[in-house]
Write a protein that binds this ligand. Sequence first.
Ligand code: ASP
Ligand code: MG
Length: 412
Amino acid sequence: MPILVMKFGGTSVATLDRISRAAKRVGREVANGYDVIVIVSAMSGKTNELVGWVDETSPFYDAREYDAVVSSGEQVTAGLMALTLQEMDIPARSWQGWQVPLKTTSAHSAARIEEIPTDNINAKFGEGMKVAVVAGFQGVSPEGRITTLGRGGSDTTAVAFAAAFGADRCDIFTDVDGVYTTDPRICDKARKLEKIAFEEMLELASLGAKVLQTRSVELAMRFGVKLRVLSSFEDNNENAGTLVCAEEDIMESNVVAGVAYSRDEAKMTLISVADRPGIAAAIFVPLSEAGVNVDMIVQNISEEGRTDMTFSCPVDQVARAQKAMQQAKDEGEINFHDLVADTDVAKVSVVGIGMRSHAGVAAKMFDQLSREGINIKVITTSEIKISVLIDRKYLELAVQALHDAFELEKAA
Ligand code: ASP
Ligand code: MG
């Protein structure tokens, strides 16, 4: 029997009624001749509640117990989904991560998947079971302890199962009907994409388009898993949602696939640091050790052996960055005249694999921003992405203007 993986996110299993709607969808695929592996999230809000309980009980908690607590939301939905399917006369049973067993590293709360043996579940399919309901987000460490894969990890569970079982497709059911050219909440011309390349989705996901956990996209790309994002609130056919797939499977696409943004950024500049070998390491090693996620980095041309070093990071990490830099200065590792933090900036990026073969994307982006009178503070580029830092108050305007400039409301 061909296998299908269907993953239901928190909002799609938020109530018994929604679990029942999801189960009906699963039932249809069983009727279509599939053996189905269903991956479930916890009911929406549940994981946050569990994390809150852990924090309240033990501020510097034992990560193994954190995982024992926060993984429990998925246990509940897996059992309820299996019961619902049984009530529909569909042979189904639930599996906890450790029962599969989904083997992970021992990095509690951020474990990585090492192996998913298929024999247990395949044996049950062989005996006539039609649906294996698997608790997402969780696994088991070599020490036999329950692990979790990081927030949003059920997406990664789903893709990993699709890869391990050679599933025809991995459908991710969520509360939006696909991946959009940009955030529809700030740009009403945003258009749902029929298809998007793995590389583009990776950039969009890491820029905060929260539809899929970034790691799940990485995995899907590595193993060539056909990944589809679709709404569990609409009745949809074969072609609903957005297919995340290999570049070769997309015939025509716009040069730019989407405009992404990250609202809460900060720009920090170390004024007048000595321009000598090792200075970048002396700055960025302490920042990384302090847990600061540095994104853009610009080093200015130096004058008389001194230079300015600018970097961006999430705005809530500014205090941490300041502390790390002051400490490095006090210890004599670096010397700077001043550290200036601009906490009112946002990042806007255009993403598209078409940039590899088309010139002029950056020019068009900068031109459009200048027409709107938006000043660019920092620019970085990669093969398929151009990002700028601008004043946060212009974020919406910039996103809308770029969406217009690249005519993203029109399909290729
Ligand atoms: N329930 C977990 C979370 O909210 C995992 C998931 O739903 O993907 O992070
Ligand atoms: Mg999610």
